[in-house]
Every structure is written in structure tokens, then in C-alpha cells.
Design a binder for this molecule. Structure first.
Ligand SMILES: *Cc1c(COP(=O)(O)O)cnc(C)c1O
Length: 370
């Protein structure tokens, strides 16, 4: 019998599955712990949960899930456009902003094309490029920061897309407005530039990339409700681009890609500035505390602009495994070519303290401290 791999698209053989953060329930089951005893600091989720207003809106929405959602996402797109001074035809919804990364691939990539990313960029860009048979060009990122000049130099006539994750996951580093402006002056018009701003709301002085959309450049800005809004589980994100580019992207999506519960939760969450403010403040406090503790323990880390920190522990896989046995889930970084490191999300102060206490015990047992 023919192997299915002979029938499948050849690029799928090279596609490595995305390694998500381990769910609390899995860890509890495997270790025989109560789920309440396990904390997850592995996927940059909001430790406060969703906005209470979003929860109420989603409860109401559940009563109507026998009906298809508004496939055009009218009210949510209108609210997003209103918030940022855009037109509705500059906004599209995704089943998470990750889905829009796939749409951009559907729209512009074919086998042999090239996608330019930073060496330690969010891995989904490469997964999606591979899915469409395109090559990913990974450009060195000294100090874990995107080198936009070097990324420009990596552009060839085959380059269709460039991804700039700002701040980037898993490094937490930001490229500033001046670097972005210089990059946009030189980038060829026929290259689609994607600014992935999943952590935008955590920034104190976010760079302005929407101006490039308004100027009619071939730019897609990605944002999400998964992070500061605490709605990762219902999957909702959005993209912003000029109307002509949106028209192309809209053709690549399924009619009901953004579900009804998610649209209602996102709409209510978007209006809850207070919840976002509390989340931002908790994150600033927790991140500073964690980084201070890493200093105290003599650990190397990458100062972060987001809601997670990349920290070097020598053996990231062992740290991940051992911390998990103690009920603390973090993220190992081997998939990002950083086997020495782990990434930890900023939790509540109680969760942060628990993580550091377990980490310290782990370090002592390995003789790395004292
Ligand atoms: C978390 C994250 C996203 C958001 O993914 P969703 O599909 O919206 O949940 C996108 N980009 C980066 C860099 C992220 O870290």
C-alpha cells in the first residue's frame, strides 16, 4: 500500500508540530496532583482571567449558540475600528491572531517563496511558511532583538513576507519607532510586512505601526484578545491592513471563523479599560519582581517588555521537567534553539513567589547556587 506521506503535500513531512504549553489537567493527571495544586506560567495568559464583563457577555451568548455567529463580525470590527480611528474595512477577525498568520500565507505564499523572520522569532511564522512550501530565512538577532537592517539585507526577489514580532515572543524584546521607520523607508513595496503586536497593550510607549496602514503600505498589524484580555481559550484575534489588502485576506477565510461566544466576549472586554489597567499594573509589578529575583539568584535573563521573561537555567529541559513535578508549568525553549533557557509567564504575585521558591529549591539541589 502507498504510504500516505507519498500522497500528502511533500512540505508536510518537514512540518514540526507546534509545542503548546502543557495544560494544567494533563500535569495534574500525570502526577496524581489536584489541579488546584498546579500553576501554569507557560503560555503568557492573563493571571486575572477574563474581564468580568466579558464573562457575563459570554454567559449570555451561550444561550444563542444554536445560531451561527455574524460571519462578518460587524459589531466587533466596528468597535475595534472605532477604538483605533480606523474604517471597518481595515479590520478582520481571526480564530486567534495565529489564524491570520495562516491567511497571509494562503494569500501570498507558494512553494519556493521566502519569508524573512528573526532567528528567535515566534515559531508559528516558520510553521506557516513551511505549510505553504515556502522557505524561512532566519536572520541573526544579536542580544535577542530583531536586527531590522539585517532583515532588510536578507530580502531577495523571492521574499513575499517579513514578520516583526513586537515585542517578540519568547524573547520579550522590542524594536523602537526609529528602527521601524528606517525599516519601512527601505522595505520593497511588494513585500508584505507583518507587525505581530500580541503584547501591544502591555507596552508603556507602544510604537505606532497603524500609520503605515493609513498610508496605504502593504502592512498587516496583528493583535489578539488572548493575552491582556484573557480570552485565549475562546480564540479571537484581529488583523489591520489597508482595504485592498483586507479584500485579499478576507477571501482566504472560512465564513464563520470567529465564533459567537468569542465575538461577544471580545466586544465586552474591549470596553473594560479597568480590567486592562489592572492587568498591566500586575504585570509591571510581577515582571520587575521576577527580574529582581533572577538578579538575586545570579541568573541571566532577557529584560522583557511583555508578560513573560526568558531566563537561562543551564538545562532548560531538566528545569521544565523538575518544576513540573513540583506543580509549576513553565515553557522549555529547545524548540526555539535555546536549550539552556526557559520562558516563564508573569503570574499573580502568589504564583510568582511559588515559582521562585520552587526554582530556588531546584537550583540548590543541582548545586548551582551557594
Ligand atoms: C500569543 C501570541 C499570539 C496570539 O495568538 P492567538 O492565536 O491570538 O492566541 C500571536 N503572536 C505572538 C508572538 C504571540 O506570542
Amino acid at each position: 500500500m502507498t504510504s500516505l506521506w507519498e500522497l500528502a503535500n511533500p512540505q508536510l513531512r518537514d512540518l514540526v508540530a507546534y509545542e503548546p504549553g502543557k495544560p494544567i489537567e494533563d500535569v495534574a493527571r500525570e502526577l496524581g496532583l489536584e489541579p488546584e495544586a498546579v500553576i501554569k506560567l507557560a503560555s503568557n495568559e492573563n493571571p486575572l482571567g477574563p474581564s468580568p464583563k466579558a464573562i457575563a457577555a459570554m454567559r449570555r451568548a451561550v444561550e444563542r449558540v444554536h445560531l451561527y455567529p455574524d460571519g462578518g463580525g460587524y459589531r466587533l470590527r466596528e468597535a475595534i475600528a472605532g477604538k483605533f480611528g480606523l474604517e471597518m474595512n481595515q479590520v478582520m477577525l481571526g480564530n486567534g491572531s495565529n489564524e491570520i498568520i495562516e491567511f497571509i500565507g494562503h494569500a501570498f505564499l507558494k512553494p519556493g517563496d521566502e519569508v524573512v523572520v528573526a532567528d528567535h522569532a515566534f515559531v508559528v511564522y516558520k510553521l506557516m511558511a513551511t505549510l505553504f512550501g515556502a522557505r524561512t530565512i532566519e536572520v541573526p538577532d544579536p542580544g535577542f532583538t530583531h536586527d531590522l537592517e539585517a532583515m532588510l539585507d536578507a530580502i531577495t526577489p523571492r521574499t513575499r513576507e517579513v514578520f516583526v514580532a513586537n515585542p517578540n515572543n519568547p524573547t520579550g524584546t522590542l524594536v523602537d519607532q526609529a528602527a521601524i521607520d528606517r525599516f519601512m523607508e527601505r522595505v520593497p513595496e511588494d513585500v508584505i510586512v507583518v507587525f505581530d503586536e500580541a503584547y501591544y497593550e502591555f507596552l508603556e510607549q507602544p510604537p505606532d505601526t497603524l500609520k503605515f496602514v493609513r498610508e496605504g503600505r502593504n502592512v498587516v498589524v496583528l493583535r489578539t484578545f488572548s493575552k491582556i484580555q484573557g480570552l485565549a481559550g475562546v480564540r479571537i484575534g484581529y488583523g489591520i491592513a489597508r482595504p485592498e489588502l483586507m479584500e485579499v485576506l478576507q477571501k482566504t477565510r472560512q465564513p464563520f471563523n470567529a465564533n459567537l461566544v468569542a465575538q461577544e466576549g471580545a466586544l465586552a472586554g474591549l470596553r473594560d479599560d479597568e480590567h486592562q489597567r489592572r492587568t498591566r499594573e500586575l504585570n509591571i509589578e510581577g515582571r520587575a519582581w521576577l527580574q529582581g529575583e533572577f538578579d538575586r539568584l545570579g541568573l541571566e535573563y532577557v529584560p522583557s517588555q511583555a508578560n513573560f521573561v526568558l531566563v537561562r537555567l543551564g538545562d532548560g529541559d531538566a528545569a521544565f521537567r523538575d518544576l513540573m513535578k513540583r506543580g509549576v508549568i513553565v515553557r522549555a525553549m529547545r524548540g526555539y534553539k535555546l536549550p539552556d533557557w526557559i520562558r516563564v509567564s508573569v503570574g499573580t504575585m502568589e504564583e510568582n513567589r511559588r515559582f521562585v521558591a520552587e526554582l530556588e529549591t531546584w537550583l540548590e539541589q543541582r548545586g548551582s547556587v551557594g
